[in-house]
Design a protein around this ligand. Structure first.
Ligand code: 3EB
Length: 351
């Protein structure tokens, strides 16, 4: 046994990261710099996921830093740059869509091709390296709401993702990874980063919501392939990773046009996931007050209202990073995701 490979995330100002000595980087799995400057001076062994979304409401740029408490090594597998310990792997990949994106129903499905390629490379890397269990995957691509051959580009993405799971002999319901899919600026490449594990995690659903993999056809011909959250425990380290969580009840968007009400509903959904995680672990491991958050805001003009509302729902001590992004349904104004780490609790890890 290699012991606990606790995954930890922290949100650090870019300037602070640059001050760390070489030795500090040994425990870093990967870095996700926000803001639009993709050049990031980390040691070349560290995978950098250049998500490139504008950061809101702060004078500096934040970096999401993933760390693990086990010896790490880095490598490349196809387009995937990864860093991994015995239990967990962080990987990232950037793929340009191969031809200019044309609008309208006749546009070529270049996003489908890029998505198919990206996921094929990711699963090939995970199978080859011995981390077959995808825990959480972050997807960013240009113009997610733009009309395309299958309704919107997000629907094309869903079709290609689902097919890629099947081709890689993965299930497409139940034990599927947590995820998010957000729209970046026009011309941005497909940027994906992910956490995977050598051992299976526990996928969670939200009792207030229809599982995304069972969404009816009105949201696109192929359902999205993700679970509402993943509980990575015990070997991958007592970590709760929620999916992007929005103002959806059942399968329907609620509070269209009202950003404050949407963020309230989203927090109610995260609260439900925390309760599920605690129920499944058989211990009160996680609380809404102790998670770390990222909030995706569609219209920067809604930022102040969303911050005011969130200040009523979360203690000021919660780290919250605000990013501008398009959300996958046109009527969604905001989406939130959370990560929680809990202290190892031997008594609760009987499964
Ligand atoms: C939703 O609940 C909102 O396609 O990977 C949230 C999380 C959403 C993940 C994805 C989409 C995805 O349906 C959108």
């Amino acid at each position: 046994m290699s012991g606990q490979a606790n995954i930890r995330v922290s949100y650090l100002p870019r300037q602070e990261l640059l001050l760390h000595p070489e030795a500090w980087w040994q425990g870093v799995l990967g870095v996700v710099p926000f803001g639009q400057d993709p050049d990031f001076p980390a040691p070349p062994a560290i995978p950098i996921a250049p998500v490139g979304l504008p950061e809101l409401g702060t004078g500096h740029c934040t970096c999401e830093v993933w760390r693990a408490s086990e010896p790490l090594r880095s490598g490349h597998s196809g387009a995937v740059h990864y860093r991994a310990g015995a239990q967990v792997l962080f990987g990232r990949l950037v793929l340009a869509e191969s031809a200019p994106v044309k609008s309208g129903p006749e546009g070529p499905a270049v996003l489908q091709q890029a998505t198919a390629q990206a996921y094929a490379q990711i699963f090939a890397a995970l199978d080859g390296l011995g981390y077959p269990h995808l825990l959480r995957i972050w997807n960013y691509f240009a113009e997610i709401n733009r009309a395309a051959s299958q309704g919107e580009r997000y629907h094309e993405f869903n079709t290609a993702r689902r097919q890629a799971f099947l081709r890689a002999r993965r299930v497409i319901e139940g034990q599927v990874p947590a995820a998010c899919a957000l729209g970046s600026a026009s011309g941005s490449p497909l940027v994906i980063y992910f956490l995977a594990s050598a051992t299976a995690a526990r996928s969670l659903e939200n009792p207030r919501q229809v599982s995304a993999f069972r969404y009816p056809a009105e949201y696109g011909p192929d359902s999205p392939t993700f679970s509402r959250a993943v509980l990575a425990a015990p070997m991958s380290g007592n970590c709760l990773l929620t999916s992007g969580t929005a103002s959806i009840l059942g399968h329907s968007t609620v509070h269209a046009g009202n950003a404050a009400a949407q963020i309230r509903e989203s927090i109610s959904n995260v609260t439900e996931l925390v309760a599920e995680a605690n129920r499944v672990s058989g211990a009160r491991r996680f609380s809404i007050e102790e998670l770390q958050y990222k909030v995706y805001v569609r219209h920067t003009t809604d930022l102040d209202e969303i911050r005011r509302e969130l200040a009523l729902l979360l203690p000021a001590s919660c780290p919250v990073t605000y990013l501008q992004a398009d959300i996958c349904r046109r009527d969604l104004l905001v989406e939130i995701e959370a990560v929680g780490s809990a202290a190892p609790d031997a008594s609760a890890d009987s499964r």
